[in-house]
Design a protein around this ligand. Structure first.
Ligand code: IVH
Length: 673
């Protein structure tokens, strides 16, 4: 190594250490990170690599030697009897394969090794100490050696057993220390932030920060109101349970009453572990809680013993991390988009950033109030997130990195598309363009009409609809049925053949169920669910035409807002004319909206919660609706059944309070069959 390189490397190491110390503090102590997890991981990885290549610069107080920050002064602290170590991280399958090779080499094994593969819950690590079967103390990991005592707070968590279940064959251990992860589910996180927004409180950046913040309350009655949950994954000293493997330990822990993640795979080979990693990555967005990777552990304790530890982490385990779903980037501009209801939606235009494999350059800000609540300004650094298949959204702005040149967003007073004045209802957060002739509204309505859940017209994409409206070839969705090959073939990116296909697709869409037809009309507040209820009740379009608000409100599931919106829609001559035009073009509305003709669940309202094993939530929803039932998003006194999958959270608690009948997944399956 030349003398020139060393000072540079020393400076880089010092820079990384200082940065990581600061970010640790923000993350662990203040619950207010200003960089993404991915950036943090990259910095830590670079530091560890530099320290390994240049041991002359090693230092005992490097952030790499200690994960986490010292506990806050206000809580009592405790020294863990066995340090809570962290895990070595890998970021791809190759690193998993090298881990397996390393393990086999150290164990002198050339055959398959058995592992446990566990989802890596993105929450807060805790230790629970049970004395003679009773929860005596709970603590955070802290710096791994000493943690904060948070017993009162942890006792408020429903899924933490306060007393162990007595197993007839075995006496309870005198002292048992278990470790696990405390977290908040995605649904509950959203509710929590909504509540906080209403109270003008600062929002949590993500479920993990919300969980950490909730656990660090000096007043445990506040913690009690937070929807915390736990999964247990380890014991500090397995000899206490007399088990010889991770698989056996998890089984025993389950018998003792601990909540163990049901997705965990025990005694699997490397190739099964890789398969699990891919599966988990593919379904992570659908899971009820956030995971940031997978933890792989050598199953047999005798093997773990041989492998031992480094100063930082065990050699018998590795955490394989997914790509982060949240990244940090800059807001270049905020512009408004006009949707089919005329709603003006502020959209943040971002410096493009790769979020878990997809480039994100725009993110929704929902509405004016949301922009104000989140205080997002043009020029701000923000966290953006992808969640589920929804469009990316801005989570929060990083106020500490403002320079003073940021500009506040102002909702325009005229529609950016048609220049007509916009209006905002005092009751609503939404600003709308109220010009029925606004091209953006017409385009939006036609796109909705042609979409999968409505007329499902193949090949009639957004760009084509934009062209048709811009060139004044159509003025409403009813005009679609007058389109012919001659008109279509002259449009951009169109030919004779594709024009013919579209005409055929339009023709084929003419036979439609009553529910789909109602949904396609684009009546405000009439989504797929309400459309089904209406179709089941009113049977045909004529009877809906004549229905009064009172008659509509008398239908279970239809409230006054929906009822008035429907009455208003059909009261407009223009809408009636369009419907007449549709029927004259040969549209046939099937009266029976129920595909199977089975109405065994008619009149029953279901709520789904938690993760189902044998079907997705949307499949379950479809099954219920196909049998005439309705699915609602929240529990109320009108709910008949709660179908509770894994990790059910607060809905289960609310259902119990209201005396709603709770079905397990198998109860639900029996009911359907
Ligand atoms: S095992 C020495 N198993 O990941 C073994 N950790 O850096 C220590 N985590 O602090 C942990 N799910 O907060 C383990 N199934 C799991 C886990 C898990 C999440 C977290 C935990 C730990 C960190 C590892």
């Amino acid at each position: 190594m030349t003398d020139k390189v060393n000072p540079e490397i020393e400076r880089r190491i010092a820079h990384l250490r200082q940065g990581l110390h600061q970010h640790n503090h923000r993350y662990f102590v203040l619950d207010d990170p200003i960089i993404s997890d991915a950036e943090y991981d990259r910095m830590m990885k670079e530091l560890i690599e530099l320290e390994e290549s240049f041991p002359q610069f090693s230092s005992s107080d490097s952030p790499s030697a200690r994960v986490g920050s010292p506990p806050l002064e206000k809580f009592e602290t405790v020294t863990h009897t066995v340090p809570m170590m962290s895990l070595d991280k890998g970021f791809n399958e190759k690193e998993l394969i090298s881990f397996d090779q390393r393990v086999r080499k150290l164990l002198n094994m050339d055959t398959d090794i058995f592992y446990t593969a566990e989802p890596k819950i993105d929450g807060v690590a805790v230790e629970l100490v049970y004395e003679n079967g009773v929860l005596a103390m709970a603590s955070t990991r802290g710096d791994g050696i000493r943690g904060e005592v948070i017993t009162a707070n942890v006792k408020t968590i429903q899924t933490v057993p306060l007393r162990l279940q007595q197993n007839t064959h075995q006496p309870l251990p005198a002292l048992l220390e278990v470790r696990g992860e405390i977290f908040i589910s995605k649904d509950n996180f959203k509710l929590l932030n909504e509540e906080r927004a209403n109270l003008n409180l600062s929002l949590f950046a993500n479920p993990r920060n919300a969980a950490a913040g909730s656990l660090r309350q000096l007043d445990s009655s506040i913690t009690a109101q937070r929807p915390l949950e736990i999964y247990i994954y380890n014991v500090s000293d397995a000899t206490v349970l007399g088990t010889d493997s991770q698989a056996a330990t998890l089984k025993t822990l389950k018998q003792l009453g601990f909540r163990i993640n049901p997705l965990i795979l025990s005694k699997v080979t490397l190739s099964e572990v890789i398969g699990f990693f891919r599966d988990l990555d593919a379904k992570r967005l659908e899971l009820a809680y956030e995971i940031d990777g997978m933890v792989v552990k050598v199953d047999r304790f005798s093997d773990q013993q041989v492998l031992g530890m480094t100063s930082r982490s065990p050699r018998w385990a590795i955490a394989l991390k997914f790509k982060a779903l949240q990244e940090r980037t800059r807001v270049l501009d905020i512009q408004v988009q006009v949707g089919r209801t005329g709603a003006l939606t502020p959209v943040a235009y971002l410096e493009p950033v790769n979020v878990a494999g997809a480039m994100v350059s725009r993110a929704t800000l929902h509405n004016e109030d949301e922009v104000m609540k989140k205080d997002v300004r043009i020029g701000d650094m923000v966290f953006v997130q992808r969640a589920g298949d929804v469009i990316p959204e801005v989570v929060k702005s990083i106020i500490s990195s403002r320079s003073g040149t940021e500009r506040q967003f102002v909702m325009p007073s005229v529609c950016p598309i048609c220049n007509m004045p916009v209006s905002r209802d005092v009751e609503e957060s939404v600003t709308r363009c109220v010009n029925d002739e606004c091209p953006a509204i017409i385009q939006g309505k036609i796109k909705h009409f042609a979409s999968k859940s409505a007329f499902d017209i193949d090949g009639l994409g957004d760009k084509l609809i934009d062209q048709l409206v811009d060139r004044k070839l159509i003025f409403s969705y009813a005009d679609l049925f007058a389109l012919n090959v001659d008109v279509l073939k002259n449009l951009e990116r169109m030919g004779e053949k594709s024009a013919q296909n579209i005409v055929i697709a339009i023709e084929n869409s003419k036979l439609i169920s009553f529910a789909r037809f109602l949904f396609a009309l684009g009546i405000r507040h009439v989504g797929e669910h309400i459309a089904r209820i209406l179709a089941a009740e009113f049977k045909n379009i004529k009877s809906i035409f004549g229905a009064t608000a009172e008659a509509l409100e008398a239908v279970e599931g239809i409230g006054p807002v929906v009822a008035h919106s429907i009455v208003d829609f059909f009261a407009k001559d223009k809408n009636r004319e369009i419907i007449d035009q549709l029927i004259k073009s040969g549209i046939i509305i099937e009266e029976n909206n129920n595909a199977k003709g089975d109405a065994s669940l008619k009149g029953m309202t279901f709520v789904l919660t938690g993760k189902l094993e044998t079907m997705t939530r949307s499949q379950a929803k479809k099954l219920i609706e196909d049998s005439g039932g309705a699915v609602s998003g929240s529990i109320s006194s009108k709910t008949d059944y709660l179908v509770a999958g894994d990790s059910p959270g607060s809905k289960l608690v609310k259902a119990r309070t209201l005396g709603v009948c709770i079905l397990s997944e198998s109860d639900f399956e029996n009911m359907l069959s």
